[in-house]
Ligand binder design. Structure first.
Ligand code: HEM
Length: 371
């Protein structure tokens, strides 16, 4: 490929690769330190369900609300930030991957030839980075779309009933190797903690790296074991939320609050109804004389209904003409539009029955006409 590069276009000396390296180190440093914090927070499950529940609620900023309930949106933003860094870091990391078999062969030969641990560590970075492309993305996406599903039961259910135990097993080994080796290599690359004797400080940093790796792997496996034990015991009720002290406090507060307001509400309405019934009593005592009673309701059948009544015309006296109008309408319609034949027919027949068959209704109607 290199042979196709047009020499004139080749930039003289570009700072871009160095800048990309700096960005990769920067994102790697943040993600590495994040992973140590993440493992300590997830590792709180080792101290018990309430401890993990308290940590999860604190991560949801529940201390900001007066009822103690959490804000999963806070986790959503945290995951979005970490996921973005994760993708940028992966993109910058891909530049260093041996992408052809030839390149892969070269690095393997160099490792055998040099038997140099730091070169071997670099190869572990490539392999664990590759694994995390897939396993890390699954975990991060799960957290992104379920930010409110972090509690001792829901996390354990995800590990056991959701079969995430395999994902976490592989991801745990990959991320702890990658994060510890990555932070060690950053110190080597940028000369951090070099001290007076570089060789001595390198040895010390390597020991620290190994110890931290063993500590976080150990904590991670212990946490994974705890999740498996809790999840196995909880598999019958998978999906049920954990009702822990952190949650209970918040729950009690939330339960009390609506109960309190409900009580207040009832009191208020009781007052209102008290006031209303008192008003009604007052009214009754002040009820208008009988002759002013509104006609509409109990007026005898023959009195004409007030204008706003929606009853079809044919009920009232002037109804006769209207009725006939009605009939005539039906007739007319029947005459004109065939499409609506049957419907019309229906209405038609109805009118007919009106006129010919049903005595009960008819008398009043016809009685009026005859009058
Ligand atoms: C803000 C981003 C992240 C959040 C909120 C988060 C949250 C969690 C939670 C709650 C668990 C416990 C198990 C569960 O509920 O399913 C967990 C486990 C785990 N996470 Fe993350 N995680 C994040 C980022 C990452 C990243 C970037 C990696 C590595 C690439 C990672 C690797 C792991 C591993 C290996 C475990 C299993 C730990 C164990 O059980 O030992 N996490 N994470």
């Amino acid at each position: 490929m290199e042979s196709y590069i047009i020499e004139e276009n080749k930039p003289k000396s570009s700072r871009l690769p160095a800048r990309l390296d700096l960005a990769q180190s920067g994102t790697g440093l943040i993600l590495g330190l994040f992973m140590w914090a993440h493992m300590l927070l997830v590792g709180s499950i080792v101290l018990g369900k309430d401890a993990f529940d308290f940590v999860a609620k604190t991560m949801e900023l529940s201390f900001l609300s007066d009822t103690g309930h959490g804000y999963p949106i806070a986790v959503f933003f945290a995951v979005s930030g970490v996921f973005t860094l994760f993708i940028i870091h992966a993109l910058l990391g891909v530049r260093k991957f041996p992408i052809s078999w030839r390149q892969h062969r070269v690095i393997r030969d160099q490792m055998q030839m040099m038997k140099h641990t730091d070169t071997n560590l670099w190869y572990i970075q490539v392999v664990t980075g590759f694994i995390m492309f897939f396993f890390g993305s699954v975990h991060l996406y799960t957290m992104l779309v379920n930010p409110g599903s972090i509690d001792p039961f829901l996390s354990a259910d995800r590990v056991v009933s959701g079969n995430y135990w395999f994902l976490y097993f592989v991801l745990l080994i990959s991320v702890e190797l990658h994060a510890s080796i990555g932070l060690y290599r950053l110190c080597m690359k940028w000369g951090w903690f070099k001290g007076k004797d570089a060789r001595h400080s390198r040895k010390k940093l390597k020991t620290l790296k190994n110890r931290l790796m063993i500590f976080f792997l150990g904590l991670g496996f212990l946490a994974l074991l705890m999740f498996i034990v809790i999840g196995w015991g909880h598999r019958q009720n998978a999906g049920e939320r954990y009702q822990g002290t952190a949650y209970r406090q918040s729950h009690a507060a939330t339960a009390e609050a609506p109960a309190a307001s409900a009580a207040e509400e009832m009191e208020k309405t009781a007052d209102e109804t008290g006031a209303a019934s008192h008003g009604a009593d007052m009214q009754e005592t002040a009820a208008p004389p009988a002759d002013q009673a509104p006609a509409h309701d109990d007026a005898p059948a023959d009195t004409p209904a007030p204008a706003d009544d929606t009853e079809p015309v044919h009920d009232t006296a002037p109804a006769a003409g209207a009725a006939s109008e009605h009939d005539t309408e039906a007739v007319q319609d029947a005459g004109t539009s065939d499409a609506a034949g049957p419907a019309q027919a229906d209405s038609r027949t109805e009118a007919d029955t009106h006129d010919q068959g049903s005595d009960a209704h008819e008398p009043t109607h016809s009685a009026q006409e005859t009058q």
